[in-house]
Design a binder for this molecule. Structure first.
Ligand code: ATP
Ligand code: MG
Ligand code: MG
Length: 380
């Protein structure tokens, strides 16, 4: 019986483990936390030696193939593992995704347009920033997620202050673009270079965190969707990517498609695939790393995904409560996924709700009913 390993035991590791076990694999999770979401269901859990030579050797010894659930695993560690086992995605691909400047250079090499930007690594680069990048968004080159490590700046003075507040770490300044909407595309690519993709998904963020995903994307023309799929495929092929890759795009008010960023793994905006498609993004992660056929993923139901953040676990007085899952599950086509996290915090990703229906209108109706029960905004 083959064993698949995953670096990281958060919700993505957990859902990977579910998919791997369904296909009959044993699973190993590398995470410092014995109570990690994936650890709850993992066959075996490595605690000691997380990411050091011992931990990596132990992981390699126990696994036939290894993947990761987060992009900030040291690319070096993936490269070390790859000396002994099949690793997907490769450390070199993950390294590109770890650094916004490398990522943007890769987009350019793939022939896909991103926002105008400049790197800011020192005072000279700060002074040399062209005026037309303002107003802009300053983003740390590394480690940012859910809008963390970002600052919106209107002037050179604000830019200088913001860079200081980010402790002068390497950053990129992006021109603030007039967005009409946001999209993402999940692709899976195997070693032979075959690529399969889910349909384009339309994403709404609130406070920098993904809130709602709709598929089919309601406001996207067939031409634009085709362009996004083709761009994502180029980006994956250009780095000979193996595994599941999410590419985020902006659609500007003038209709242009601009690539934002990418993640070398299944993505929050692809969670709808678990219930609305015949294979999920986690199934494809397993298939790609195990060398199984990728198949042809098919959306069988229009869907809305609502992210469930820790805020829902507190009432207006700040008293902890359990959301009314019974009422939500009484609605047609609701699929609740909770991540088993020990404690809720505002902004923390605790789960997601997939709503599927025979039509987009019916999925929207049930999703709005669910949002009202949970106290979420019904505006999307
Ligand atoms: P994630 O959690 O998706 O990894 P992140 O912290 O890496 O997020 P980005 O995706 O870079 O952040 O930006 C977060 C959000 O900020 C975007 O989804 C978009 O709504 C807005 N945004 C980012 N860059 C720009 C830009 N150049 N112009 C306009 N809006 C932007
Ligand atoms: Mg990001
Ligand atoms: Mg993003």
């Amino acid at each position: 019986q083959a064993t698949l390993g995953v670096m990281g035991g958060g919700q993505l590791g957990r859902m990977f483990v579910h998919a791997a076990q369904s296909l009959g694999y044993r699973t190993v999770v590398l995470d410092p936390d014995a109570d990690s979401p994936a650890g709850v269901v993992a066959h075996q859990h490595i605690r000691a030696g997380y990411l050091d030579e011992t931990g990596l050797a132990e992981l390699a010894a126990q696994c036939d193939a290894i993947t990761t659930e987060f992009e900030n695993v040291p690319a070096q560690a993936l490269a070390r593992l790859a000396e002994r086992r099949f690793v997907a995605p490769a450390g070199a691909s993950v390294a590109i995704c770890q650094d916004r400047a490398d990522e943007k250079a890769h987009f350019a090499a793939s022939g896909v347009v991103c926002a105008p930007y400049a790197q800011i690594r020192n005072e000279a680069e700060l002074a040399a920033v062209p005026d037309d990048l303002l107003p802009g968004i300053l983003k740390t080159a590394r480690m940012g997620y859910d809008g963390k490590g970002q600052s919106r700046v209107r002037s050179r003075a604000e830019l200088a202050t913001a860079w200081n507040e980010l402790r002068n770490v390497p950053c990129v300044l992006e021109q603030m673009l007039p967005l009409a909407l946001e999209l993402s595309v999940i692709s899976a690519r195997n070693e032979a270079g075959d690529i399969v993709q889910f349909p384009v998904q339309q994403n709404l963020h609130r406070d920098g965190i993904l809130a709602v995903t709709q598929v089919p994307a309601p406001n996207v023309s067939a031409e634009l969707a085709a362009q996004a799929l083709a761009s994502a495929a180029c980006i994956a092929a250009q780095m000979q990517y193996v595994g599941v890759l999410c590419v985020e795009f902006f659609v500007l008010q003038d209709g242009r498609l601009i690539v934002n960023e990418m993640a070398p793994r299944p993505h929050n905006s692809g969670h709808y695939t678990m219930d609305a498609c015949d294979v999920s993004q986690f199934d494809l992660q397993v298939r790609a790393m195990a060398g199984l056929p990728l198949g042809t993923p098919r959306l069988h139901s229009p869907t809305v995904m609502l992210n469930l953040l820790g805020d829902l676990w507190f009432d207006a007085q700040g008293v902890e409560r359990t959301p009314a899952w019974d009422q939500v599950l009484a609605l047609p086509g609701t699929h609740l996924h909770l991540y088993g996290k020990a404690s809720a915090r505002p902004g923390r990703k605790m789960g997601h709700l997939n709503i599927t229906a025979a039509s987009a209108a019916l999925a929207g109706d049930a999703a709005r009913a669910a949002a009202r029960i949970l106290g979420l905004s019904t505006e999307w």
